[in-house]
Unconditional design. Structure first.
Length: 190
């Protein structure tokens, strides 16, 4: 059985993985993944946590797959924020400490993106540099399906680390804004 792990095909993400392949150290990473959704989201099955697993599962599973694909398996997880439209926490992976922020709320977009009329913002910051990967999503699903049809698609086994991550995030206690949390948490908690 195959699954769609489209972020593994994004050129910026592939380049990032290649950069960290064989890494032995632990890198500090901040990642924001904001993909605006309208009111329809909360009225559909996606907004019903009992059906979708909540935002970390429904939207975040691809995000967490990408992180484990680049930086290795999860070692520990802390959840700082979990609401109907936003979640954030700290993941300790084999090769990274990741402060993550995930949202479907357009009000959480950075001012620069809102001014441009953008509805998404996806960025990874580490070592003083940033990889912004909001663009380049148009054909990733199509490419994923091509790979499946050619017998080279990703398997459910490939997705397992991300599934385990979202399960632990869904069931973890929310510690609030304590410890090392993503900077966007403070802004949305005002």
């Amino acid at each position: 059985m195959h699954t769609i792990l489209q972020l593994r095909l994004h050129p910026a993400i592939v380049a990032l993985r290649d950069r960290f392949r064989g890494s032995r150290g632990v890198t500090d990473v901040d990642i924001a993944y904001i993909t605006s959704r309208g009111r329809w989201y909360h009225q559909s099955w996606k907004g019903d946590t009992s059906k979708s697993g909540g935002i970390a599962t429904n939207i975040g599973v691809h995000f967490f797959d990408m992180l484990s694909w680049i930086f290795g398996p999860q070692r520990a997880s802390t959840v700082h924020l979990r609401t109907d439209d936003c979640a954030a926490g700290l993941l300790e992976l084999e090769h990274a400490r990741v402060r993550w922020f995930l949202s479907i709320n357009a009000d959480h977009l950075p001012a620069g993106q809102r001014a441009k009329g953008q509805r998404t913002y996806r960025a990874i910051t580490m070592g003083g540099g940033a990889v912004e990967f909001s663009d380049g999503f148009t054909d990733l699903h199509t490419e994923s399906y091509r790979e499946v049809l050619a017998g080279r698609g990703f398997t459910v086994g490939d997705a397992r680390p991300a599934i385990e991550m979202v399960h632990s995030i869904r069931h973890a206690p929310v510690v609030g804004l304590a410890g090392d949390f993503h900077p966007l948490c403070a802004e949305v908690s005002r």
